[in-house]
Design a protein around this ligand. Structure first.
Ligand code: FE2
Length: 584
């Protein structure tokens, strides 16, 4: 038996996964245990969990693979450092950081002092990991693999061809050019300063007009070979300034990426506390359009080069579900796959699968497809019962009724009826989702038919920006009746247009431009969730529920205790924990 432990460490979204003989056993982000969003650094809890799930110790793990190789692109890095005028202090800081990163075995020993590791460490280049994380777990035997990102190992994008168990890296975009950095700089400029705020710009974009697109052509230049380059006048990262990305006590943050020239071009930036105005909406729309233009320029060139119709995507920009949703319409590709953790956490999957193929050589036939996202921790019925009984006094004080409903159909009927009455449900089932999206195991559910559901959710639990849409989970077989595109979207990685005549029926999950970031639910992928949605459909005629992540300004809940805490401190109406139905 060959075990490979895959890691994304030392920066945001630290994560671990375990692969056994070429099949995934477990995968989870460290933030779910530490309870700090995007937790970075070297992680112990997610590694411990992966070992526990497999019932093994670190001594049984033959290979540990990390999605970063400090030796990668070394000559380019050196040449850049010598010719670009980057400050020497910055270079020394980066080199020191890199030394610490190289000692994976030492960090493992320190993080898990009670375990022993005698296997081999593999440092796998960042973008190869991204490409592998998409292709090697995809349903395709042959596909074009594309990674678009901020930066990792001195490059920001890469592409190649996957065939069987092999994967080539045929092209790259190197530092300091990066579409991810462009989007992040615009996110900061529009007044969203936190790591990972890009999705807010994506949500805001449809409210604006693409008024700044011509100006942004100055910032991102499209090249004849399909790739792109930044006009560095508008950025600070190329000189080391503003590139001072760091992780302090697990919390990642980045410096200001844009230069004063950007405010000369676009006008003043928005202060995070200032109200959003039309010009900010227009900037968001223009940034999204600029990103899409560069993305489809690249995809067009790659299809021309490889003449293959399947595409797999990874890297931070793979979370741009709006752009992903237009791939079938705006590029010649006919099939798309993005795994549930498309970003850096997901790189751990590529790190683990790539060496397995190398280590096992010809034996390493691909047999694993990631067709669901449920790879994280779970709770036994006994653990759930203990967690509930520990908080019995709090439940009583909140006036809650607790029932155990062992029959699944009855449980789903009861829950579906509560949703249809406009109540807000915390739904905790099975294994935690891998990746940032709650996909029906750690979800808050609501009625998509109610125009006021968004306000109810924001008032009771979420308190998030009013412009951000909520997402629909829909039975796979119903997609063609409700959406203009009929395709699988198991991980909410694509946004499709809702059929115009249906939009008024599901206002709570219809974005301002008539789109929805759907999750297509299958009976094989998540039978209990499919059943719930089917019963909701029988009651209401709408085989769709509103699905948002089970959390309140924190990482998605992992354990029953955290779900109970979240339920009790918010104004959620019902909590379904496994077979237990708790209502206020
Ligand atoms: Fe990355």
């Amino acid at each position: 038996m060959t075990y490979v432990l895959g890691l994304n460490a030392y920066h945001a979204d630290a994560a671990a996964c375990l692969v056994k003989d070429g099949g995934l056993v477990a995968a989870v982000e460290e933030e779910r245990f530490r309870r700090i969003k995007h937790w970075g650094g070297f992680h112990s809890e997610s590694i411990r969990y992966c070992l526990e799930e497999a019932g093994i110790s670190l001594a049984d793990v033959g290979h540990v693979a990390i999605n970063s190789d400090s030796a990668a692109n070394r000559w380019r890095r050196l040449a850049y450092a010598l010719t670009s005028g980057v400050s020497p202090g910055y270079i020394i800081k980066r080199l020191r950081h890199r030394g610490d990163r190289a000692d994976v075995a030492g960090n493992l020993r320190r993080a898990l002092p009670d375990e022993k590791f005698t296997g081999t460490v593999h440092a796998v280049e960042h973008h190869l990991c991204h490409l592998a994380s998409a292709f090697l777990v995809s349903p395709y035997d042959k596909a074009v693999a594309v990674s678009v990102d901020g930066f990792g190992d001195f490059s920001s994008a890469a592409w190649g061809l996957g065939e069987g168990g092999t994967l080539s890296v045929d092209g790259r975009v190197y530092f300091p050019h990066s579409l991810g950095v462009f989007y992040e700089a615009m996110t900061q400029f529009i007044g969203f300063p936190h790591y990972g705020d890009e999705y807010k710009v994506m949500g805001l974009a449809p409210y604006g007009e693409p008024a700044y697109v011509d100006k942004m052509k100055e910032i991102v230049r499209l090249k004849d070979d399909g790739s792109f380059a930044l006009n560095l006048r508008y950025f600070r990262h190329a000189s080391g300034e503003g590139a001072n990305y760091s992780v302090k006590e697990g919390i990642p943050s980045g410096g200001r990426l844009w230069s004063d020239a950007l405010s000369e071009l676009l006008g003043p930036p928005r202060d995070p506390s200032a109200p959003l105005e039309d010009k900010h909406r227009d900037m968001a729309r223009s940034a999204q359009v600029t990103y899409e233009n560069a993305f489809f320029h690249l995809l067009g060139a790659l299809h021309e080069r490889y003449r293959t119709d399947a595409l797999v995507l990874a890297g931070g920009c793979a979370y741009n579900s709006v752009a992903n949703g237009k791939i079938l319409e705006r590029s010649p590709f006919k099939h798309v796959y993005v795994q549930s953790a498309g970003g850096d956490a997901g790189g751990s999957i590529g790190a683990a699968f790539a060496p397995w193929h190398k280590v096992e050589g010809d034996k390493a036939r691909r047999h694993f497809v990631m067709d669901h996202a449920y790879w994280g921790p779970w709770a036994t019925p006994e653990e759930i019962a203990v967690a509930i009984s520990r908080r019995r006094a709090d439940f009583e004080a909140a006036g809650c009724k607790i029932m155990r409903i062992a029959d699944e159909a009855t449980l789903c009927k009861r829950t579906a009826a509560a949703i249809a009455e406009g109540r807000v449900i915390g739904w905790f089932q099975g294994r935690l989702e891998w990746g940032p999206r709650a996909l029906g195991n750690r979800s808050i559910l609501g009625d998509p038919r109610r125009a006021d559901m968004k306000d109810i959710l924001n008032l009771k639990i979420k308190r998030r920006e009013s412009f951000r849409p909520f997402a629909p989970s829909i039975l796979r077989e119903a997609v063609k009746d409700w959406f203009e595109t009929d395709d699988d979207v198991p991980f909410m990685m694509q946004v499709f247009k809702i059929r115009p005549e249906k939009r008024k029926e599901i206002p709570a999950v219809t974005h301002v431009d008539g789109s929805g970031r759907l999750q297509t639910v299958t009976w094989a992928g998540n039978p209990r969730y499919a059943r719930l949605i089917q019963i909701f459909g029988e009651i209401t005629g709408v085989p769709i529920v509103l699905n948002t992540s089970f959390n309140e300004n924190e990482p998605v809940v992992c354990k029953p205790e955290e779900a109970i805490d979240c339920f009790l401190r918010t104004r959620m109406d019902v909590l379904v924990l496994g077979d237990s139905f708790i209502e206020r």
